[in-house]
Design a protein around this ligand. Structure first.
Ligand code: NAP
Length: 322
């Protein structure tokens, strides 16, 4: 009983001492950091909980060539670091912590951080991004960024005149294959069955593209060559013929879907069957990949972070007039 009272007293005092913010932004990728720049510049007291590994997927891209304003391209880590500095310049506070829960039972809401601290928030922006699904073996993770990619829009121009493999049978895989076909000498699309989720128009375009070959009933067993530190082929297995073969290539694009990072959210935030945010309590907004599976670019995430920040600004103005 004594210990229960102690825990209750500690929790109560933590809540009382919790710092108050106009907005807590969850996520430190381009969506979250752009939100943080806008809200802090608009004079809102802003906390960005960027997670323990800041920067999001952009940090896995060595050279970002399609973020406007950088004629020669920019290193993904540097771009994120610039966004961070720009947000802090206007007063955003950034903590390298994960948000482990939100209590919506009282207002302002209580945002719980991985350190055990809490923050009171008049509004919240959820910008926790998504994680590309991976095949899940060790050569794939060892060669990620060294020839294994999850973003053709980001990396296709690096494969001019080379041979690449794309894994997957949905819209993403077909779009990636088409984009890569403009740069690579040859694109081999590998899919584990002969049933494609990709839309008919994309299937037609791929069929009509001379330098794309489709191999069905094909799974990837291994990506070569971890010893060399770069990709020079894949070992694949045909589930019908039960034969293995090596396909030489310079790059492997994994396009088997994305999982939105929304598993941590409490039940008050409703998700669709894919885990994407559908609706949230008042004053709670979402930005970036948690609400967009179609475009998934740094610039579109940044744009949606800007929109969420302006929505928060309107919301707080409205609340203060009450
Ligand atoms: P998706 O539609 O879920 O397709 C994933 C593909 O990867 C499927 O072919 C699936 O095969 C395969 N796959 C999944 N796990 C695998 C594994 N472990 N090993 C091998 N293959 C695996 O994902 P998506 O293509 O990323 O598309 C996601 C959503 O975004 C969709 O709603 C899509 O329409 C949309 N999108 C739209 C556009 C556009 O409109 N321009 C562009 C991109 C994406 P199975 O079929 O065998 O499960």
């Amino acid at each position: 009983m004594k210990s229960l009272l102690f825990i209750l007293a500690v929790s109560f005092s933590t809540l009382l001492s919790a710092e108050s913010y106009d907005v807590v932004i969850v996520g430190g990728g381009p969506a979250g950091l752009t939100s943080g720049l806008y809200t802090s510049r608009l004079g809102l007291k802003t906390l960005v909980a960027e997670g323990e590994v800041p920067g999001g997927q952009l940090t896995t891209t060595h050279l970002v060539e399609n973020f406007p304003g950088f004629v020669e391209g920019i290193d993904g880590n540097l771009l994120v670091s610039n966004m961070r500095n720009q947000a802090t310049k206007y007063g955003a506070e950034i903590k390298s912590q994960t948000v482990v829960g939100v209590d919506f039972s009282h207002y302002p809401y209580e945002v719980k951080l991985s350190s055990g601290e809490s923050a009171k928030a008049k509004s919240i922006i959820i910008a926790t991004g998504s994680t590309p699904r991976m095949l899940g073996f060790s050569s794939e993770s060892s060669l990620l960024g060294l020839g294994v990619s999850t973003c053709a829009v980001c990396d296709a121009p690096l494969y001019r005149g080379k041979e690449v493999v794309v894994v997957g049978g949905g819209d993403s895989a077909f779009e990636e294959a088409l984009m890569l076909s403009h740069f690579a000498r040859k694109v081999t699309l590998l899919h584990r069955s002969n049933q494609f989720r990709a839309s008919p128009i994309l299937k037609d375009r791929v069929k009509q593209t001379k330098n794309i070959e489709i191999k069905t009933f094909t799974t990837v067993k291994e990506i070569l060559d971890v010893q060399k530190g770069f990709v020079d082929g894949v070992v694949v297995f045909n589930t019908q013929t039960e034969k293995e073969e090596k396909i030489p290539c310079d790059g492997v694009f994994i396009a088997i879907g994305q999982n939105p990072n929304t598993g941590w959210l409490p039940k008050e935030v409703s998700l669709d069957e894919k885990g994407m945010i559908q609706s949230a309590p008042r004053g709670v907004y979402a930005a970036g990949d948690v609400v967009d599976f179609q475009y998934r670019q740094a610039i579109t995430a940044a744009g949606s972070g800007c929109k969420a920040a302006l929505d928060v600004y309107q919301f707080i103005q409205h609340e203060e007039k009450k």
